[in-house]
Design a protein around this ligand. Sequence first.
Ligand SMILES: [Zn+2]
Length: 265
Amino acid sequence: MAPCFAQRTLATLALVLSMMLSGAARAQVPAQDVITFKLGLSNIHLIRGSRAVLVDAGSRGDLPRLEAELTRAGVAWKDVAAVIVTHGHSDHAGLAAEIRRKSGATVLLGAGDVAMARAGRHDDLQPMNFTAAVLKQFVIDPTFEAFEPDVTITATPIEPMRLDPWGIAGRVFQMPGHTPGSLVIELDDGRTFVGDMVLGGYLGGTLMPTRAGEHYFHADRQRNLENIRTLLRGSSRAFYLGHGGPVSRESVMATFGLPTAPDRK
Ligand SMILES: [Zn+2]
């Protein structure tokens, strides 16, 4: 028997109502684009919330490529509200001073890496393998333009700092391991930016970039491993990296081992 007019009207109303409700649910976590710029040695990520925020500041020679990528993304310098430098290595902090000059952006850095930023030179790298030793000796220039961060992050995973003042629905906190002041940025939807805590693929992300692996250098390898496990116990899903990536939660779990018990969230 064909549905009567009242039944059809009721069904239509129910459909419209459910669409409105699901729209309202989505609106709680605003859509935030993430675009990854693959530059000379490392990635810079652009997060577009209600404002534009950069995660990391590349290497000294990356400025022309960065400007071209921002233009392609429709972002002007004046739109960049903040640069979050995940750590004080020269291929992540390289253009922090220059980006601030051009955009007026707020520069955020972990407290443990402020000494490197002030010196314009990163700490002595601790190679994890032979490739890393070669990279250290022949490829990586430890120097970059010195800068003083505008905001020094001491927040912890338990008490993170919100990024809403810069238009981002997410939080930032320090996780010492790769460097003494390494930062993690977790968006409210679970996308997580971990700098060099994890390496994507091989040859700096050139081969198999979505396979999670161990990075070449860590100031404290054991603590870095504990950081990865802590994040896996939380809501982190896709991991955005300094080199290669993004990698899935599953790939990180496969490489570094499953978490044992929940310790936060
Ligand atoms: Zn690094």
